[in-house]
Design a protein around this ligand. Structure first.
Ligand SMILES: [Zn+2]
Ligand SMILES: [Zn+2]
Ligand SMILES: [Zn+2]
Length: 152
């Protein structure tokens, strides 16, 4: 991930979340907002138990189900994606667009980049269809090394 002022990313993510929830009539409660903010602390995937630790450091005694419910809400609203291969969560940079995602995961700096290839999605859809397969969940996660790690 290139050097940048990450507080802009966090501000933009929270602002988009507020307006999306307002538009959809869903509630971005304090705990959901706080969990989203913590997921956005960087461009790395965050694990649920790290979120729990940070909440208790904040003086909020949250139980695991509280955090999982908040994450479920954020995933349903498209604000957060789950990285299955890491059992961790990452913020979506464009939750207002309907999209399917593929993830490029750097094993060195752990940065996660979301890409959205419609062509890939189409090809997989076609392959599944011709196999008579009904897809319920699709996970495409590539592990490797990001551009900035490769450059350094
Ligand atoms: Zn950022
Ligand atoms: Zn996304
Ligand atoms: Zn990297």
């Amino acid at each position: 991930m290139q050097a940048h002022n990450h507080s802009h990313c966090i501000d933009a993510a929270l602002e988009t979340a507020e307006s999306l929830c307002a538009k959809r009539g869903t509630r971005l409660t304090d705990i959901r907002r706080r969990v989203l903010e913590m997921v956005w602390q960087g461009h790395k995937a965050v694990k649920a138990y790290d979120l729990l630790d940070q909440l208790s450091a904040d003086g909020i005694s949250a139980k695991p189900p509280t955090v999982y419910r908040a994450l479920d809400f954020l995933i349903t609203e498209g604000l957060v994606h789950k990285i299955e291969s890491m059992n961790a969560y990452v913020g979506c940079p464009h939750p207002d667009d309907d999209h399917v995602s593929q993830f490029l995961i750097c094993d060195q700096c752990e940065a996660i980049q979301e890409v959205n290839s419609a062509a890939l999605d189409q090809a997989l859809g076609d392959a599944a269809q011709s196999a008579g397969f009904q897809t319920n969940r699709q996970t495409i996660e590539l592990h490797g090394h990001c551009a900035s790690c490769r450059a350094s």
